[in-house]
Write a protein that binds this ligand. Structure first.
Ligand code: ATP
Ligand code: MG
Length: 559
């Protein structure tokens, strides 16, 4: 059942309300979601997307989708494509506000020239290592670069030559001239531009110098007219530099940065670096492996986008560390699917049942509801005949008293069909039950008992003759530990859950599932929500379990 969810307020909403009330943004507010196209989006990004697009919508403002593409060696058009697909899938629309930081390279270059001319930036010939070692520590100041006092004219000439490709990669950088003794390490003459001969997916070979994040970000915000630049807490110390940059150029507008905490989810990782590792080591089948916390993985697994948006709204936005239990997300998925997913029958581990008093060569079609609480989803016809499959679990040769499913001499209801009573068992050469023989009561069509007799157990089934073959994949978390830790010497194998994907072959599905749409979840009654995987073929469907069921209509708890 869905509860009414009241969208909780949070400090960023309050901040924006206050700014608006104070009349600071007569033209409306603007935000941006600024992914670096160096991987696929994950659930942590969803939080940022919902926040940025969400507040813009709520306050009648605009939200930009901006690719923060200043590191050509790690970025690719594949990632640019997938990011757009994922943002759209979540239900957000950037309209005409798709931007690339690389669109601004010419303007950024001019801003850098302005800094040089004002004596606020210099070309430094120290190597990356030397810059690091002269930077000082949290407790000791850094030392000035010997190139710090170059004249603006000399700096300008050198910077133009950097741009013209006259120097080797890494031989020089442009640095801000701030304060090598600042208690904030980010203000110790940070690098603004580096030389990097690398073809860029957007600008090709037009540039051999690329601006750094801390320079690009505030200026991209200013160029777009972003008012509230919302980012995660690890950038808190960068804020001073963000402000410094804006105060030392003449920006077209003045954005302000506000930080919130990152989302992390139990039993998984939300870091593109680590997710890239899972993909490149072949631990998963790709970025969209249904076990991945990526939006594409969740889509393939059958998570509806509304569930992810709902999840982001429930977890809220704060500055406290946020390590959320996986059950919170799974509950959002269940709540989204329960009212909408059509029901169907499937048997994961089939046991053949022969109904001895049902005529051979006869078959009939029984009416089954597509949803127990929503008649508007209609009914379907499920074929029934002399031989059916039930779950192996739903039969016990020597059951305890409280076992209400099928057992020798006991009667059980086949959902929407008939009541059957087990009359005998056939064993294979290893002594395992290979077939069960039953009789059915023709008076109980539809599972009704006109004589009012009580039957406690109701089980699902599929017709042996009509059923479709399927492979079903059941998922568990990808890591063993709720808070997986990666050290430099950690072997992935030590921390991975070896059972994260259980594949079951020879499953049987009711024939209506032959038309099931890829990625659109259905509920296999008593088993969970599932959706067809794109790898399915005409001969065999592949089903991903989206999420298990908490509650079932069966009176019996399975396992
Ligand atoms: P990663 O560590 O996965 O590489 P990132 O921050 O480098 O993440 P970006 O592509 O730069 O990835 O992220 C785009 C936006 O999404 C940024 O504003 C970032 O703050 C936000 N974001 C990334 N991860 C999370 C997260 N776990 N929770 C909330 N917001 C996030
Ligand atoms: Mg980043």
């Amino acid at each position: 059942m869905t509860e009414d969810v009241v969208t909780p307020s949070h400090f960023i909403r309050q901040l924006i309300s206050k700014d608006i009330a104070a009349g600071r943004y007569p033209d409306g507010i603007a935000t941006r979601f600024p992914p670096e196209p160096n991987g696929y989006l994950h659930i942590g990004h969803a939080k940022s997307i919902c926040l940025n697009f969400g507040v813009a919508q709520e306050f009648g403002g605009a939200c930009f989708l901006r690719f923060d593409d200043t590191n050509p060696d790690r970025e690719s058009p594949e990632f640019v494509e997938s990011i757009q697909q994922d943002v759209r899938w979540l239900g957000f629309d950037w309209e005409d506000r798709l931007r690339h930081a690389s669109d601004y390279f010419p303007q950024l270059f001019d801003f850098a020239v302005g800094l040089i001319e004002g004596g606020n930036a210099y070309v430094c010939d120290l190597s990356a290592d030397e810059i690091r070692t002269t930077r000082g520590t949290l407790t000791s100041p850094g030392s000035n670069s010997p190139f710090r006092d170059r004249s603006p004219e000399e700096n300008l000439e050198l910077f133009n030559k950097m741009r013209a490709g006259e120097y080797e990669d890494g031989s020089r950088v442009l640095r801000a001239r701030i304060d090598m003794a600042s208690p904030n390490l980010h203000l110790r003459d940070p690098t603004l531009y580096r030389i990097r001969r690398q073809t860029h997916h957007n600008t090709g070979d037009a540039w051999c110098i690329y601006p750094m994040y801390d320079f690009t970000h505030p200026l991209s915000d200013a160029i777009e007219g972003v008012t509230h630049s919302l980012c995660t807490l690890e950038f808190e110390d960068n804020r001073a530099l963000y402000d410094w940059v804006l105060e030392h150029v003449s920006p077209p507008s003045r954005p302000y940065q506000t930080e919130f905490s990152r989302l992390s989810l139990e039993y998984t990782v939300v870091s593109k670096r680590l997710l890239t590792l899972l993909v490149s080591r072949g631990v998963v089948s790709g970025w969209d492996d249904p076990r991945m916390p990526t939006l594409s993985g969740m889509r393939r697994r059958g998570f509806p986008p509304e569930a992810i948006v709902d999840f982001c709204s429930r977890i809220g936005v704060t500055r406290n560390q946020q390590h959320v239990e996986i059950s919170v997300l799974e509950n959002c998925v269940r709540e989204a699917l329960n009212p909408t997913a059509p029901r169907a029958f499937g048997v994961l581990r089939p046991l053949r049942v022969v109904i001895e008093n049902y005529p051979e060569n006869e078959e009939e079609f029984l009416e089954a509801q597509n949803h127990p609480n929503d008649p508007s989803l209609g009914v379907r016809e499920v074929p029934f005949c002399r031989e059916i499959f039930i779950e192996q679990d739903d039969f016990m040769e020597d059951p305890p008293g409280k076992f209400f499913r099928l057992a020798p001499g006991r009667e059980v209801r086949l959902r929407y069909a008939y009541l059957v009573t087990c009359t005998s068992i056939i064993h294979d050469e290893n002594g395992n039950v290979s077939e069960v023989r039953c009789t059915y009561d023709p008076e109980t069509k539809g599972g009704n008992t006109p004589d009012g007799r009580k039957v406690k157990g109701t089980i699902h089934w599929v017709s042996a003759k009509h059923s479709l073959n399927a492979q079903v994949r059941l998922y568990q978390p990808i890591f063993k530990d709720p808070n997986p830790k990666f050290g430099s010497d950690t072997e992935l194998e030590q921390i991975l859950n070896p059972n994260s994907c259980e594949t079951i072959d020879n499953c049987k599905l009711e024939p209506s599932l032959g038309d099931a749409e890829i990625g659109r979840p259905i509920q296999l009654e008593r088993l969970g929500y599932f959706c067809v995987d794109p790898s399915s073929t005409n001969r065999e469907s592949v089903l991903n379990r989206t999420v298990s069921l908490r509650d079932t209509w069966a009176r019996v708890k399975t396992k």
